[in-house]
Design a protein around this ligand. Structure first.
Ligand code: ZN
Length: 214
């Protein structure tokens, strides 16, 4: 029963991840189609006005913004690269046969289709586990809060009923693994034991991060 529930929420998380990725892809696709349409039209007008091959004008008009997209993909999205790309593109575009442009266009469409398949088929076990672990930590924290409040309440009750006042002994435990720790450790490591604190804040390369790493 419990594991069924877990499996169900895993599936829900998975479909959520897929739909997020797909809507990202769809957004990019619409933007690219729009820009490619405009550039294709510009190519059409240009080649018509200058008595050049119309199909050449359309195909290379469409290819120009797709090339900009590739620069983006390779993180070359600065102004210098864009200018250089534009100059090179204009310089060589008339020397590239139309069919070569057609092949490049086909390949770029293929890349998008592969991207779509990748989103559907990608192994998301690690991503899902990370999200579940995150959720667990949140619920553990609220659980701890409730038991702490209850403990204090019980202790104050004891204190009131006993004839001799008891010295309240404070116990500290790690909020991640519930190991008993000293007050000093609790204060130093943000409510965690030293090991959990290191796991949360130090990455594989040994660098400290203020934010939690999962
Ligand atoms: Zn711990």
């Amino acid at each position: 029963m419990e594991s069924n529930k877990k499996e169900k929420s895993k599936l829900e998380i998975k479909s959520e991840l897929i739909s997020n990725d797909l809507s990202d892809l769809l957004g990019t696709l619409i933007l690219i189609l729009l820009i490619a349409g405009i550039c294709g039209y510009v190519g059409y007008i240009y080649s018509k006005d200058n008595n050049l091959s119309i199909s050449h004008g359309i195909i290379f008009g469409i290819l120009f913004p797709l090339g900009v997209g590739l620069l983006e993909l390779f993180d070359l999205n600065n102004f210098f690269c864009f200018i250089l790309y534009t100059i090179v593109y204009i310089a060589i575009v008339n020397f590239i046969p139309t069919f070569v442009g057609g092949i490049i266009l086909f390949l770029l469409i293929l890349i998008f289709m592969i991207d779509y398949i990748y989103i559907e088929e990608k192994d998301r076990t690690e991503e899902i586990n990370n999200i579940i672990a995150k959720n667990n930590i949140v619920s553990n924290k609220s659980y701890n809060y409730n038991t702490d409040v209850k403990e204090v309440y019980d202790k104050s009750d004891e204190y009131l009923t006993s004839s001799e006042p008891k010295i309240m002994e404070e116990e500290f435990e790690c909020e991640m693994c519930f190991k008993k720790i000293s007050e000093e450790e609790y204060e130093t490591y943000d409510g965690m034991c030293e090991d959990c604190f290191m796991n949360v804040h130090i990455d594989d390369d040994g660098n400290y991060h203020d934010e939690e790493i999962f």
